[in-house]
Design a protein around this ligand. Sequence first.
Ligand code: GRF
Length: 210
Amino acid sequence: MERLIEPQHLQLAVMASGRGSNFEAIQEAIEKGQLNAQIKMLISDKEQAPALLKAEAAGIKAYFIDPCKYSDKAAYEMEVVKKLRENNIDILVLAGYMRLVGAVLLNAYPRRILNIHPALLPSFPGLQAQRQAVNYGVKFSGCTVHLVDDGVDTGPIIAQAVVPVLPDDNEDTLAERILVEEHKLYPRVLQWIAAGKVFIDGSRAIVKDG
Ligand code: GRF
């Protein structure tokens, strides 16, 4: 069993394609002194992503990197890696980043990329997880923070939070209930990492809190 990362003040980068509410929750936890970290930059693959404006408003460097400007995914990710390296990033936090991470990023930051997914993995990976859960008829769903590997929403699970799925739920009401938990879980996991409380045991992540 090995420690994921030694206790330290984490230098984070966030990648987001949309709204950016998880970015805001993480930044808020930092400002409240609940998370020993700093968000050094936000990168988006979408020019219109509200997350970019939210980062700028918080005084955080915000970069739009247009995947269409590069010959392929590898070239695009090389540009992302360049920015991350320039800023000495320890952990890359995916928060509503709507692309699959490719080999260039994964090899540059092995076990250093986190994702949050709005379902209890391994159930309902991929897109529209909340709709999948409602349609399936599960009675509980939630969110998962995991390390990113080369699969779709696979990779060692660090933590999950559970919410009930109510009889009248639709994907929006369920998404709203899950989001409340996402905003608590992501900063909490990051603080466990900053405190050196996350360990890797084979293919599993284990949190030793306390
Ligand atoms: C969240 O539901 C997250 O679980 C999923 O994408 C959504 C991002 O929301 N991966 P936001 O952009 O952080 O508000």
